[in-house]
Design a protein around this ligand. Structure first.
Ligand SMILES: Cc1cc2nc3c(=O)[nH]c(=O)nc-3n(C[C@H](O)[C@H](O)[C@H](O)COP(=O)(O)O)c2cc1C
Length: 247
């Protein structure tokens, strides 16, 4: 008898709508989106994003990630209010401590001033962002520095799927500012960590391109700072010099 296991056509995953974008185009344009239209996120699209997130790997395949979806339910509205207040107070402090209104920030066309405007609009509108998602980690041991490694691949899968479906989003740490109150409002049991706050919606404006340090600055061949002469980037790749300098 023939073993046809390898000949079977895989079933289509239950995606509401398929992404019409090349994987590398999505990778190159999945930027943080902080400004959204009022359009709601369709439930089948949200389900598709969460399906993509659930395909991510986790340590020993323990699958400890749970997703709190905050839309317009009574607990969600309370949680949004908490997150919005926390984000605004964090940004008020950061804007002055990080000098967003000094130096090049006084020029409204500077990247610093643009970032400040985007952040202000983002935190001001956080309560009414179409969807907020909180990935949670069901712990099986005391918190460890590496436990987020079983959560953040899922977060990036979700953001890529959102991009593929024409949505955008941003990963933030706002939940950490009001964790005690959020746990109460959302009924989160002990032993579960709240790992991020992700805003999702239709972008107001464009998507990309992602700008990062040049690849030949961050890839080392054979030893620390060894030159990897073979690394190449697509023509037109945009760069930034943010972060620690390379070799
Ligand atoms: C671990 C982590 C934490 C982040 N926290 C925040 C945050 O609290 N607020 C925010 O607006 N963006 C946050 N971001 C988004 C980054 O600021 C953003 O990805 C980075 O500036 C690069 O910009 P880009 O995504 O548009 O390319 C976070 C991203 C990561 C990976």
């Amino acid at each position: 008898m023939t073993d046809d296991r390898h000949l079977r056509v895989p079933e289509h995953p239950p995606l509401g709508r398929r992404a019409g974008i090349d994987l590398f185009d999505a990778l190159g344009t999945t930027r943080s989106i902080r400004r959204f239209t009022d359009e709601p996120v369709a439930e089948d699209d949200l389900a598709s994003m969460l399906f993509a997130a659930s395909r991510a790997p986790t340590g020993s395949n323990r699958q400890p990630v749970r997703w709190l979806v905050l839309r317009d339910g009574p607990s969600a509205l309370d949680a949004r209010r908490l997150l919005g207040e926390a984000a605004r107070s964090m940004w008020t402090g950061k804007r002055s401590s990080d000098g967003y209104e000094d130096g090049t920030g006084v020029d409204p066309t500077s990247p610093k001033a643009r970032m400040a405007r985007a952040m202000s609009a983002f935190v001001d509108g956080l309560d009414s962002v179409p969807v907020i998602l909180i990935p949670a980690l069901v712990r099986y041991r005391d918190p460890t520095p590496t436990e987020g490694a079983s959560v953040y691949p899922a977060v990036q899968n979700l953001l890529l799927a959102a991009r593929g479906l024409g949505y955008g989003g941003v990963l933030t740490g706002f939940q950490g500012l009001v964790e005690t109150e959020l746990r109460e409002v959302l009924g989160v049991p002990d032993g579960v960590g709240l790992m991020a706050t992700i805003a999702i919606g239709r972008p107001r404006g464009g998507h990309g391109p992602v700008r990062r340090r040049p690849l030949d600055e961050i890839v080392y061949e054979d030893r620390w700072e060894g030159i990897a002469g073979w690394v190449t980037e697509p023509a037109g790749t945009r760069h930034t010099s943010a972060g620690p300098s390379g070799r």
